[in-house]
Design a protein around this ligand. Structure first.
Ligand SMILES: Cc1cc2nc3c(=O)[nH]c(=O)nc-3n(C[C@H](O)[C@H](O)[C@H](O)COP(=O)(O)OP(=O)(O)OC[C@H]3O[C@@H](n4cnc5c(N)ncnc54)[C@H](O)[C@@H]3O)c2cc1C
Length: 466
């Protein structure tokens, strides 16, 4: 097949790949290509048609605003006048249901208050562990130090609201040191905005990728190669050769690989030579979580509406069984759309079910919450991120057992092959802003290599940090 020679090959046109291209451009390297397997830019930022409207199947919130450091996602959103609204999480104690229906606030308020104390305690312990450089423990272990672990249906749903809704994995899995308190809240700010713009959340990537001339999702710059899946990467200290499904080889002085950690954990891309053990070990230890929004449309509204009703919780004896609910009356008045979110094993389970089976389960839950007379949903839509070979999940979560030293190995290049993507942002992994920061940081390392000849050597094992 053909051989195309460029300075740098970027693999993946998600937020990280596009951000890497921007930093390279600004650093004087414009001879690059971006190889993207799918038909569009944006990766895990993606919307879809749903009953006359468009809804976001991937990233939906701009997380971390109004803090000491500006969130680049917020800046970009404002540049394109993206439509978003305040995420009003605070009122959730007024909106809890179980199999008997609505739970009066006086029943649940003491549980919510205790969960707040528990949350603060865990954050303080996380700070202590970081400051004193103590060996990591899980968030669940930290909760045990509080003397109480959530165990009733209501306690569990509030607990999963505080943790699983954010990290898509339960506290027993998640690292205390690396998630508490959340750097996004601490540095970028405590507020979040929910995006409902009909042009799509991904519109904010257009100013980021200005060098590709994108408008309405279409980009005219030939350096972007859509529908171009990478199958094999050969790397050395001299450069990188990337093979694609359409049998073209791209040769570069360096490459930036931004596919998700879920993809790296599979054999979708063949590496030659095989990735060294320390690198594979770091890749396999990190977690790709799964988080699924299930959108439903009804012929009429039967849930409460008005300020403070947006987020609802359903407490089941089985933790994680259709626990989180959010209506879209503010965003799409009169459309009668509500969605439920599940995570982790429940996501994996429903990904394997046909829509009708999931809908039947969801209707049973809704009838417990709102009574037997509510109508059936007319539409259902949910994505299968975990089954998709180009994603294999939704976002990374830092598990217990991965130290900062091992994390550096996840980020480290092998030869001239550089790794990037949201999972490579030490502070902000899992988020769109994490992907943007990581893409830029990796591109800076590539610039240093190409301009100053300061490149990491093949198989170099990153030095331990204290
Ligand atoms: C359901 C869901 C909800 C989320 N909610 C939020 C949120 O509210 N707020 C937030 O900040 N973040 C959220 N996130 C996380 C956020 O979307 C991601 O962290 C971010 O978009 C990841 O960007 P990335 O560039 O690192 O990876 P990706 O977007 O995955 O980009 C990598 C690209 O590589 C491509 N690729 C894969 N394999 C190949 C191959 N072999 N050859 C060529 N290309 C390939 C993929 O198609 C993809 O386009 C959510 C994600 C999901 C899925």
């Amino acid at each position: 097949g053909d051989v195309i020679t460029v300075d740098v090959i970027i693999i993946g046109a998600g937020a990280a790949g596009l951000s890497a291209g921007k930093t390279l451009s600004e650093g004087g390297i414009t001879d690059f290509v971006i190889l993207e397997a799918t038909e569009r830019i944006g990766g895990r930022i993606r919307n879809a048609e749903f009953a006359r409207l468009k809804v976001e199947l991937g990233a939906n919130w701009i997380e971390g605003v109004n803090g000491e450091k500006e969130n680049p996602v917020y800046t970009l959103a404002n540049e394109v006048n993206l439509k978003y609204s305040d995420a009003l999480y605070d009122n959730v104690s007024q909106n809890i249901y179980d199999h008997t229906g609505y739970l009066a606030p006086e029943l649940v308020t003491p549980v919510v208050e205790r969960a707040e104390h528990l949350f603060d305690f865990v954050e303080d312990l996380g700070t202590k562990f970081t400051n004193e450089n103590l060996d990591d423990i899980s968030v669940l272990t930290a909760q045990r130090f509080f003397g109480h672990v959530p165990s009733t249906a209501v306690e569990m749903v509030i607990d999963s609201w505080n943790y699983d809704f954010v990290s898509a994995e339960p506290p027993r899995v998640t690292s205390l040191r690396n998630s508490q308190p959340l750097a996004t809240d601490t540095f970028l700010g405590p507020d979040s905005y929910f995006v409902s713009d009909q042009r799509g959340y991904a519109t904010l990537l257009e100013p980021l990728a200005y060098y590709l001339n994108c408008k309405g999702g279409m980009c005219s710059d030939p350096r972007l190669r859509l529908n171009t899946a990478v199958t094999k990467i050969e790397y050395s200290t001299g450069g990188v050769t990337v093979h694609t499904e359409d049998e073209i080889r791209y040769r570069g002085k360096a490459a930036v690989l931004t596919v998700s950690i879920g993809v790296l954990q599979t054999d979708l891309i063949h590496f030659s030579p095989a990735l060294p053990f320390w690198k594979l070990s770091a890749i396999y230890q990190f977690n790709m979580a799964v988080y699924t929004k299930i959108f439903l449309k009804f012929p009429k509204r039967f849930w409460p509406t008005g300020p403070g009703t947006e987020y609802l919780l359903y407490a089941d004896v089985k933790r994680g069984y259709y626990p989180f609910w959010q209506h879209l009356d503010n965003e799409f008045p009169g459309e009668n759309i509500i969605f439920t979110t599940v995570t982790d094993d429940e996501s994996r389970r429903i990904e394997q079910m046909p829509d009708e089976e999931t809908l039947a389960e969801v209707m049973v839950v809704l009838r417990k919450m709102f009574g037997p007379d509510i109508p059936n949903a007319s539409h259902i839509l949910y994505p299968r991120w975990w089954q998709d070979k180009y994603f294999r999940g939704t976002f990374s979560n830092w598990p217990i057992g991965v130290s900062s030293y091992e994390y550096k190995q996840l980020q480290a290049p092998v030869g001239r092959l550089y790794f990037s993507g949201e999972h490579c942002s030490e502070q902000y992994n899992g988020y769109v802003h994490g992907a943007i920061f990581a893409g830029s940081e990796t591109a800076h390392a590539v610039l240093k290599c190409l301009h100053e000849d300061k490149c990491d050597t093949l198989y170099s094992r990153p030095k331990a940090t204290t």
